[in-house]
Design a protein around this ligand. Structure first.
Ligand code: NDP
Length: 484
């Protein structure tokens, strides 16, 4: 059994209760974990508080923190195979993809290491002859991190090393479905030199463990990734204690193809964009907006390519689409497909779960004839389901693209630079890809407008979430003049 990680050591849950994780592809038990309680969170927050208020981590030089973050990245690389296998077994994602995610996670730790040496404030030498103003950037304190099941190690690596880089400490609540790699990461970071109490992981349910973390008075910042509905609850709980809160939530992202685009180049990214990670991806390009002049031809090509996607055992290196995370998620996908078939759109490919001896798999699915008011055009399905809409003009596609509560990302393909920039400027989304889709770099900020969230992760501004500004004003030389 794997226990919580509190104060740099494996720690039993107060009650001794436990829960298991199950492979979505094989129905086999993968992990046996401590079922946390609110009081386990309280212990973890105390450990993080002591490590912040009295420990060495916030007081180390940026150089020292950077070298430990880099050493953690090296250990992630060394353990790539083990981490990727565990990630695949708990999440159902293809093993080749999981390995690439472990590489990307290590890269995030290395990038965050550079911020440990570069995050800084400002100096004002312009306030007058006798005055100097300093704006110091200080670590914000204890950060509570709540993460989902779709990219477990990658998403915690979008938060944790960035918070650590500036000297914060952390309490993490991973998804109950996929806690394995986060617990392993905490052990690797410890081996790399992260002091006791700086990283704490409590496993268990969102309703008990997650909600206690969100409302805990001794937590200074909450960083959440998951559904918009739970994000609202987390923000409300954080608001009651006036703690800062950043939210990475869902998306219903438009992927737009203009008639002048290089259609050969766009085809594979369109298919990748929607079926990657079984469509269980906040960035999924699940709304395909086609210029009606090329719509029929391009739809046929998308269907033909989607038909060839290898779906199956995620441990097979040839697999591109693995298993759906659990039965409730599979049922949700089926409900949307059923809705799509009755609302006037046309089911052109897939639409069914795939019968297998174990696990739960769903066919890559395509609907065309979708219109903007339909649920399959507006709501996040989080499954391998593509909705195809058409447009006549640039203005119409901008209007359709923005006709959603979400605003996470968007892609567009065109040979015309004016079209590319006009559309990019007018779509309300945190990331726009032009003639590419779902590329990501640690240097570039990521986050959403509207119901897709609050705040930005990655890039050099990411440390804003984890720092406080302190103004220090200095008088130089003798004093002249007085109030009275
Ligand atoms: P949730 O938002 O329910 O879960 C995300 C994390 O929040 C998990 O660790 C979860 O715990 C925790 N949590 C749940 N309830 C609370 C609470 N009241 N207070 C604090 N934390 C809580 O996502 P799901 O995993 O249930 O997925 C449901 C839907 O969310 C998906 O269908 C998809 O639409 C969306 N989603 C979006 C993601 C994104 O990256 N934008 C990622 C994952 C999901 P627990 O482990 O118990 O679930």
């Amino acid at each position: 059994m794997v226990h919580h990680w509190i104060g740099g050591t494996n720690t039993r849950s107060e009650t001794g209760d436990r829960f298991t994780t199950v492979s979505p592809a094989h129905d086999a038990t993968v992990g046996d974990y401590a079922l946390g309680t609110a009081s386990d969170i309280d212990r973890a927050v105390r450990a993080a508080r002591v490590a912040f208020d009295a420990g060495p981590w916030p007081r180390m030089s940026g150089q020292e923190r950077a070298s430990i973050l880099n050493a953690t990245a090296d250990l992630i690389d060394t353990h790539n195979d083990d981490l990727a296998r565990l990630e695949t077994l708990e999440s159902g994602k293809p093993i080749t993809q999981a390995k690439a995610e472990m590489n990307a996670a290590a890269d995030l730790w290395r990038y965050a290491a550079t911020l440990a040496r570069h995050t800084c404030g400002e100096a004002y030498n312009s306030l007058g002859e006798n005055k100097l103003g300093l704006v110091l950037r200080e670590p914000a304190g204890v950060v509570g991190m709540i993460t989902p099941w779709n990219f477990p190690l990658l998403i915690i690596s979008q938060k944790l090393p960035f918070a650590l880089s500036v000297g914060c400490t952390a309490v993490i609540k991973p998804s109950e479905l996929t806690p394995g790699t986060t617990l392993q990461l905490a052990g690797l970071a410890h081996d790399a030199g992260v002091p006791k109490g700086v990283i704490n992981v409590v496993t268990g349910l969102g309703a008990s463990v997650g909600s206690r973390l969100s409302e805990h008075p001794d937590v200074d910042v909450i960083s959440f990734t998951g559904s918009t509905a739970v994000g609202r609850q987390v923000a409300a709980a954080a608001g009651r204690n006036l703690k800062r809160c950043s939210l990475e939530l869902g998306g219903k992202n438009p992927h737009i193809i203009f008639a002048d685009a290089d259609l050969d180049a766009a085809l594979d990214p369109v298919v990748f964009g929607v079926y990657f990670n079984m469509g269980e991806c906040c960035n999924s390009g699940s709304r395909l907006l086609l210029d009606e002049r090329i719509a029929q031809e391009f739809t046929e090509r998308v269907i033909e390519l989607a038909r060839t996607i290898p779906v199956g055992d995620p441990l097979d290196p040839a697999t591109k689409v693995g298993a759906i995370i659990n039965i409730p998620q599979l049922e949700k996908i089926k409900r949307y497909v059923s809705n799509g078939t009755t609302c006037g759109s046309r089911l052109r490919l897939g639409g069914h779960s795939i019968p297998t001896p174990t696990g739960r798999f769903f066919e890559p699915t395509v609907f065309d004839g979708v219109t903007p008011e339909m649920a399959i055009a507006r709501e996040e399905i989080f499954g391998p389901v593509l909705s195809i809409l058409t447009f006549k003009t640039k203005e119409e596609t901008i209007q359709i693209a923005n006709d959603t509560l979400y605003g996470l990302s968007a892609g567009l393909w065109t040979a015309n630079v004016d079209t590319a920039f006009e559309v990019s400027r007018n779509i309300r989304a945190g990331t726009i890809w032009i003639n590419c889709f779902m590329d990501g770099y640690p240097e570039l900020p990521f986050g959403g407008y509207g119901d897709s969230g609050l705040g930005r992760e990655l890039g050099r501004f990411s440390t804003d979430e984890f720092t406080e500004l302190k103004t220090v004003q200095l008088h130089i030389g003798g004093h002249t003049g007085s109030w009275l």
